[in-house]
Design a binder for this molecule. Structure first.
Ligand SMILES: [Zn+2]
Length: 406
């Protein structure tokens, strides 16, 4: 069996490795077995280490079915002696989160009777602890967080040792061991005793800081997402920088951002209401002016107008306002990028059906639309010239209808 150096010294990163066996793995990778290793293999909720074995990169480390620690290499090497190096930052992040998780779970159980049912350690994204409850008051989590950081600042030693099954019963373990025989205990001195095979900080101070950043309810469990150490610094820095940048934009202090944002949102909705009122008033005035500009076609008044890139909803609103004008038919068009939008209004006393008129106008431009006898809207492919032809078509149709009914 491989001697697991990380058990006795989690700070050991550089070591002389003796490669006893190598073999090809799928995907062009190679496996290497070592007489003794400081590389941690994935397990117990903690991810594997990475690093180098001589010139070969160690991409993955796992325990195979036979319990052998397999180092997955990016290239083939021959058995022999090599200088080995574990990625120190990755290991530190894992240790900070792993030890932080022990402490968080211990505090939640000791002080608040909340049991951790599972955990996932991640040094580069928030780690998680799942609690066997659906909800925990925010105040409880805040107090737990304070207790965790108090123990971190006490810099309590974290000890690891093996005990046999007979002696394990005498220890106040936080959870029962999953293995038998010699059981490895991780003790946060005088505070927490947990069976665990992972890598941990030698003292709580090395965790640096622990902060719960989010809670999430999953299948009747509450998942706590937390950050520690290096990652806590990164999260703090990112939040601080973005709060600072937002505050600078508003010439405010970061701590005033929530109140100021609320004030701005309130102002914005007041302005939106005011803007809508003004817009409708402007449309009313525009509709009156359009009605005044109508040309007389037989006994009817025809309003045609072409706009550039005017929103279809606004076109419809404007056409609708012309319904109140006596004996009026309106065809409003907007051209944008080779597409024509049309809105047709026919006053009740005009004797014209808006939907039918629209359908006839859409024919030449291969368009589609809908509406009723008074107001209809549609669109198709067409240019400004096409729009003017449609206006002319409307004029002729109105004359023809009146001619036939006269
Ligand atoms: Zn552990």
């Amino acid at each position: 069996m491989t001697d697991l150096l990380y058990h006795s010294n989690p700070l050991l990163l550089d070591f002389p490795a003796e490669v006893t066996e190598t073999f090809p793995l799928p995907g062009g990778r190679f496996g290497a077995l070592l007489r003794a290793t400081a590389f941690y293999p994935t397990g117990g909720g903690q991810e594997h280490d990475t690093g180098f074995l001589g010139e070969a990169a160690v991409l993955d480390v796992y325990k195979d079915e036979a319990g052998r620690v397999v180092h997955v290499l990016d290239r083939q090497i021959a058995p022999g002696e090599y200088p080995a190096r574990v990625d120190g930052e990755r290991r530190l992040r894992a240790m900070q989160h792993h030890t932080g998780q022990h402490l968080l779970s211990a505090v939640l159980l000791r002080r608040f009777d909340l049991e951790s049912v599972s955990a996932n350690i991640n040094g580069y994204a928030p780690s998680t602890v799942d609690l066997a409850v659906e909800d925990v008051p925010a105040e409880t989590l805040r107090r737990a967080e304070e207790e965790v950081n108090r123990v971190i600042f006490e810099n309590r030693p974290v000890k690891t040792y093996f005990v046999d099954e007979a002696r394990v019963a005498a220890l106040p373990l936080r959870k029962p061991p999953k293995v038998s025989g010699q059981i490895r205990i991780v003790e946060i001195e005088g505070y927490d005793y947990t069976p665990c095979g992972g890598t941990h900080c030698p003292a709580t101070g090395m965790i640096g800081l622990l902060k719960i950043v989010r809670t999430e309810r999953i299948n009747h469990k509450l998942r706590l997402h937390f950050v520690a150490g290096l990652q806590a610094l990164e999260v703090f820095r990112a939040l601080h920088d973005s709060a600072r940048a937002a505050a600078d934009l508003l010439s405010a202090r970061p701590e005033d951002l929530p109140a100021l944002t609320q004030k701005l949102l309130d102002q914005m909705s007041a302005l939106r209401v005011e803007n809508e009122t003004l817009r409708l008033a402007a449309l009313e005035a525009e509709a009156r002016s359009l009605a005044d500009s109508a040309q007389t076609v037989g006994g009817l008044r025809l309003v045609t107008r072409l706009y550039a890139a005017r929103p279809a909803a606004e076109l419809r609103l404007l056409a609708g306002k012309l319904l109140a004008a006596e004996k009026t038919v309106a065809v409003l068009a907007s051209e944008e990028g080779g597409k024509l939008s049309l809105a047709v209004a026919a006053a009740p006393d005009s004797g014209v059906e808006a939907r039918e008129l629209l359908n006839r106008l859409l024919g030449p431009i291969g368009g589609r639309g809908g509406g009723d006898a008074r107001l209809a809207q549609g669109g198709g492919q067409g240019s400004e010239t096409q729009a003017r032809l449609l206006f002319e078509q409307t004029r002729r149709e109105l004359l023809a209808v009146q001619g036939s009914s006269a």
